[in-house]
Write a protein that binds this ligand. Structure first.
Ligand code: 5AD
Ligand code: SF4
Length: 411
């Protein structure tokens, strides 16, 4: 989501006549787009922002902006501890930054209902950079699921869905300027009341060759979504469905509204219906009260589903969330041990899934001269003729690694 927002912001700056700087040392405007989902991301953002002090001293004319969830949440602290930051801007107000810079504004601008502008308003006259063939399109903002560990509903607000018409209008504009791959974005895209119609609508747009969507909430995954993906070649065989834990009681305390059985049911349906589809997920280890036994259930989940890729995190308490009031009783060493063990099991599963592709031909969209992604979002490096960004190539896979594939270009 942040990558998509940053990308849009860059485009708005470019259309206002700015040029991307090679380096922050030579930039006139520096915007940090921050995330507050995990404590670690916030600490990193704070230290990066802190290090800009010398830059401001050297060239006081440089405008420095902290934007996004963390900036909004920690606005007071930023004002106090980092006076060299000129602008502090909330996640929905980020597209106003170019305007603010032009008007020489400084200070704190948290989100309010009328700061929220639709991107479609900005999309005309934007010059597409050659290598960007993927268009990122948010179909919703915020989230109202209130998983007990998650700060999103507090910093990004409750869920707000864009209408199908608006989404299609934006996708059409992106396709007509050459973006042949569309990534639909949201915290729980499949909770959108018009999700299935959006999938069908976007994948039948002229010029759109690949469509994917992230993130799917497991409690709202149903067989019909899988059927639509299976029956629509343009829809990529890629499902990112964060399960978080394989323990029933942990899921309950996380306030995730599905059971282990629900999850397995849909995962096995995907495996049956679209055998080559990648299923990827997120896990949290060391959630309050997670026993060794609970953790074992998580390992078992990986053994059963064989996720193509897993993103794993140590639990960190986030302010405002209901889990932050629970006892964070799994100590740091144990969290580290569980994370390492889970990573080992997940890598093995990923490698095994990738090995299935050895000897087969895959279609890859190049993002660099000799690498790109399959429809299932796997990274492929190839030997042989190079390609232009966005060019589709056929690669015969001859080697599988846990997080990527290697092969020879065939066409
Ligand atoms: N601690 C650790 N991981 C978290 N995530 C969200 N909140 C927390 C937290 N408090 C992880 C979840 C989510 C991913 C984006 O970040 O796994 O799916
Ligand atoms: Fe957070 Fe849960 Fe919403 Fe995901 S579904 S953004 S984890 S509250």
């Amino acid at each position: 989501m942040n990558k998509a927002d940053s990308r849009r912001l860059l485009e708005i700056f470019i259309s206002a006549g700015y040029i991307p700087a090679d380096d922050k040392n030579t930039a006139d405007v520096i915007v940090y787009n921050t995330c507050s989902v995990r404590g670690h991301a916030e600490d990193k953002a704070m230290s990066h922002l802190g290090r800009l002090k010398f830059l401001k001293e050297r060239s006081p004319g440089t405008v420095i902006c902290a934007a996004g969830c963390m900036a909004q949440r920690m606005k007071e602290e930023i004002r106090e501890r980092l006076p060299h930051i000129d602008l502090v801007v909330g996640p929905s107000s980020i597209f106003r930054v170019p305007e603010m810079v032009r008007e020489n504004l400084s200070g704190v601008y948290p989100d309010t209902p009328d700061t929220v502008k639709e991107f479609s308003e900005y999309i005309d006259d934007i010059n597409l950079e050659k290598e960007e063939y993927t268009g990122y399109v948010p179909i919703m903002k915020g989230c109202g699921n209130f998983c007990s560990y998650c700060i999103v509903p507090y910093v990004r607000g409750r869920e707000h869905y864009r209408s199908k018409e608006e989404v299609l209008k934006e996708c059409r504009a992106l396709a007509s300027r050459g973006q042949r791959e569309i990534m639909l974005l949201g915290q729980a895209v499949n909770a959108h009341p018009q999700f299935k119609d959006i999938l069908k609508g976007v994948s039948s747009l002229k010029g759109v060759e690949r469509v994917r969507f992230v993130t799917s909430y497991p409690g709202k995954m149903d067989r019909e979504i899988v059927d639509i993906v299976s029956g629509t070649p343009v829809l990529c065989d890629y499902f990112h469905i964060p399960v978080q834990s394989g323990s029933e009681s942990v899921l309950k305390r996380m306030n995730r509204k599905y059971t282990v059985e629900d999850f397995l049911d849909i995962a096995f349906y995907i495996r049956e219906k679209v055998p080559d589809a990648a299923i990827t997920t997120d896990f949290i280890v060391g959630f309050p009260g997670e026993t060794r036994d609970d953790f074992k259930r998580t390992l078992e989940m990986v053994e059963k589903v064989r996720f193509d890729q897993s993103f794993t995190f140590k639990y960190s308490p986030r302010p405002l969330t209901s889990a932050s009031k629970m006892d964070d009783d799994v100590n740091e060493d144990e969290k580290k041990r569980r994370l390492a063990e889970l990573n080992r099991v997940c890598s093995r599963a990923g490698l095994e899934r990738n090995r299935r592709l050895i000897g087969r031909k895959v279609r890859v969209f190049a993002s660099e001269a000799r690498s790109g992604r399959t429809g299932s979002y796997k990274i492929v490096h190839w030997e042989g003729k190079g390609a232009q960004p966005g060019e589709p190539v056929t690669v015969k896979v001859n080697q599988a690694l846990p997080h990527s594939l290697k092969g020879l270009r065939e066409d």
